[in-house]
Design a protein around this ligand. Structure first.
Ligand code: HEM
Length: 453
C-alpha cells in the first residue's frame, strides 16, 4: 500500500524537516501498514533526518549511515534501547536485558574456539531436514521454505547454544516461538495493548506459548545440572559464571539470559536463510556460479567450517541477501539528553529510528540497489563504499555479538542444501517483505525441489 504524505504541509523548524503534527501522527499510526514505503517516502520528501512531531514526543527517522554511526558508536552513551521493547520482552527476558553486564557474561561464548564443533551440529540438523524433504521432492510437492528455515534455525541454534534441540519437543517449541513472535509483531506497532495479565484469547495463547518455552528450557537446565556436560556451549558459559562475590546465576536468571540470546539469534538466521532461496531462485546465473564454487571446493564432500574461507562466492550471496533483506530492518533508540545529529537538534527523550533497510537500498551508496549482485561485496568493489552503509548487524559497542557466527552458519546451511537440491519458486506465488519486528515474507515462500544428480 502506498502512503501519500505529499498532501501534508511540510514544516521546517530551523533545520528540522518533517510533516506537520497531524500528518506526523497519521504517518506514525500507519507505521504498521507499510513502513518500508512510508520511510522511503519520508526520506524522498524530507531528506536524511526526518522529524515526526507527535506532540508528546518527537520521532526522528535517520537515513544517513554516518549519522547512524554517530549515534550508535561515537555518542552511544546518549542513546538507550527503547523502553517499549524492554517492556514487551520483560516476561521472557526479565529485567535489565539491555544491561551491558549481559554482554560481558556471554562474550566468552563468542570466542572462535567455541565454534569448533558447531558445524557438525548444523550439518546434522540440516541433513535431518533434507531427509524429510525427500517426500516433497518425490511427490513434486510445494512447501513453505520460510517455515522450514525457521524450524531448522531453531533446531541448530538451540543445539549450539544449549546443547539440545528439544528432541521430540522441537515442534511444540517451534510453534510456541511462532506465537511469541506473532505477539511481539502485533504489540510492537499497536498504540494500545491490553496488559498481558488480562485473559483475552490472544493473551492466553501468548501466555501458554511462554509457558511451553520456559518449561522446555527449564528441563534442559535441570538435565545439565544433574548430569553435567563436556560441551562448551552458551549454557555452560552461563552456568560457570560467578560475580565478584562468587555467586552464580539463579535458575530463573539463567533461563532469562538463555532466552535473551536464543530468540534474537534463531529468528534473524531463519529469516535470512528464507530470503537466500527466494533470491537464488530469481537469479539462476548467481545460483550457477555458486554451484560451480561448491563443486570446485568440495566435490562430493560435505562442507565444514574449515571450508568456509574458500566458499567466497557463497559468502557474498549471504552478505548481499542481508543487504537486500536485513532481518532487523530498523533499530530504535531513545535520546537521554539533548544532542545534535547532522546539524539537527535532538531533544532529550526523542525516539530515533535508524532506517537500516533504507540505507542498504539507497542509490547514493549502492549501484543498482534493487539488483541482486553478490559481487558488490568483492574487496575491490567494496573499498570505496561508506562502511556504515552495510549494517545488518548494527554497529558500535551494542552491535550483534553473533555477527561472524551468523554468516558462517548461514553460509554452511546454504552450501549443504544447495548440494542436495535446487529450489524453485512456485510460479505466481506472491513474495512480499513484511516489515514487522523482523523482515519476513508476508505470504511465506512456496517452493518446489529438484534433486541434484
Ligand atoms: C542473521 C543473523 C543476525 C542478525 C541480522 C542480527 C542482528 C542484530 C542486530 C541488528 C542487533 C542490534 C539490535 C539493537 O541494537 O537494537 C543484534 C544484537 C544482538 N545479537 Fe544478533 N543478529 C543475528 C544473529 C545473532 C546470533 C546467531 C546471535 C547469538 C548466537 C546473536 C546475538 C546477539 C546479541 C547477544 C545481541 C545483543 C547485543 C547487545 O544488546 O549488547 N545475533 N543482532
Amino acid at each position: 500500500m502506498s502512503i501519500d504524505i505529499n498532501s501534508t504541509q511540510n514544516i521546517t523548524q530551523g533545520k528540522i524537516q518533517g510533516p506537520n503534527l497531524l500528518a506526523s501522527i497519521n504517518a506514525f499510526n500507519r507505521l504498521a501498514n507499510d513502513p518500508l514505503q512510508l520511510f522511503y517516502n519520508l526520506h524522498a520528501q524530507y531528506g536524511d533526518i526526518v522529524c515526526l512531531n507527535l506532540g508528546f514526543q518527537k520521532v526522528f527517522v535517520i537515513n544517513n549511515p554516518l549519522y547512524i554511526k554517530y549515534a550508535l558508536q561515537e555518542n552511544i552513551k546518549n542513546y538507550k534501547k527503547l523502553q517499549r521493547l524492554e517492556m514487551q520482552t520483560k516476561l521472557l527476558f526479565g529485567e535489565g536485558w539491555t544491561n551491558k553486564i549481559n554482554r560481558q557474561i556471554i562474550r566468552p561464548f563468542f570466542e572462535p574456539q567455541h565454534y569448533a564443533t558447531m558445524d557438525t551440529a548444523i550439518a546434522d540438523a540440516t541433513q535431518k531436514m533434507l531427509a524429510r524433504w525427500q517426500t516433497f521432492a518425490d511427490n513434486h510437492q510445494s512447501f513453505d521454505v520460510a517455515e522450514e528455515m525457521m524450524r531448522l534455525s531453531l533446531s541448530f541454534t538451540a543445539q549450539t547454544l544449549i546443547g539440545n534441540d528439544f528432541h521430540t519437543g522441537l515442534d511444540d517449541v517451534a510453534l510456541a516461538m511462532q506465537v511469541i513472535i506473532n505477539h511481539f509483531n502485533a504489540t510492537a506497532v499497536s498504540n494500545f495493548n491490553v496488559p498481558e495479565s488480562f485473559p483475552t484469547p490472544a493473551n492466553r495463547k501468548y501466555m501458554a506459548a511462554v509457558q511451553t518455552l520456559q518449561t522446555a528450557i527449564d528441563k534442559i537446565i535441570e538435565e545439565r545440572q544433574d548430569h553435567g556436560t563436556d560441551k562448551e556451549d552458551l549454557l555452560s558459559v552461563l552456568q560457570s559464571w560467578r560475580d565478584e562475590t562468587g555467586t552464580g546465576l539463579s535458575p530463573k536468571l539463567l533461563r532469562e539470559r538463555l532466552l535473551w540470546i536464543l530468540l534474537p539469534a534463531f529468528e534473524p538466521i531463519g529469516r535470512a536463510l528464507s530470503w537466500v532461496w527466494h533470491l537464488l531462485s530469481l537469479n539462476p546465473n548467481v545460483e550457477r556460479q555458486m554451484q560451480a564454487e561448491l563443486v570446485r571446493v568440495l566435490g562430493d564432500r560435505q562442507p565444514t567450517f574449515d571450508d568456509l574461507p574458500k566458499l567466497n562466492y557463497t559468502k557474498m550471496i549471504v552478505q548481499e541477501t542481508l543487504r537486500m533483506y536485513p532481518p532487523f530492518w530498523v533499530i530504535g533508540r531513545e535520546a537521554l539528553e539533548d544532542d545534535e545529529v547532522g546539524g539537527v537538534h535532538i531533544p532529550a527523550k526523542s525516539m530515533l529510528l535508524f532506517n537500516i533497510y533504507g540505507v542498504q537500498h539507497n542509490p547514493q551508496y549502492w549501484d543498482n540497489p534493487e539488483g541482486f549482485d553478490p559481487e558488490r561485496f568483492m574487496p575491490e568493489r567494496a573499498r570505496n563504499r561508506v562502511g556504515a552503509a552495510f549494517i545488518p548487524f548494527s554497529i558500535g559497542p551494542r552491535a550483534c555479538l553473533g555477527y561472524n557466527l551468523s554468516i558462517m552458519q548461514i553460509q554452511l546451511v546454504v552450501a549443504l542444501v544447495a548440494q542436495a537440491y535446487r529450489l524453485e519458486l512456485v510460479p505466481g506465488h506472491p513474495v512480499e517483505p513484511a516489515a514487522m519486528v523482523s523482515l519476513l515474507p508476508r505470504h511465506g515462500i512456496r517452493m518446489t525441489l529438484s534433486q541434484r544428480i
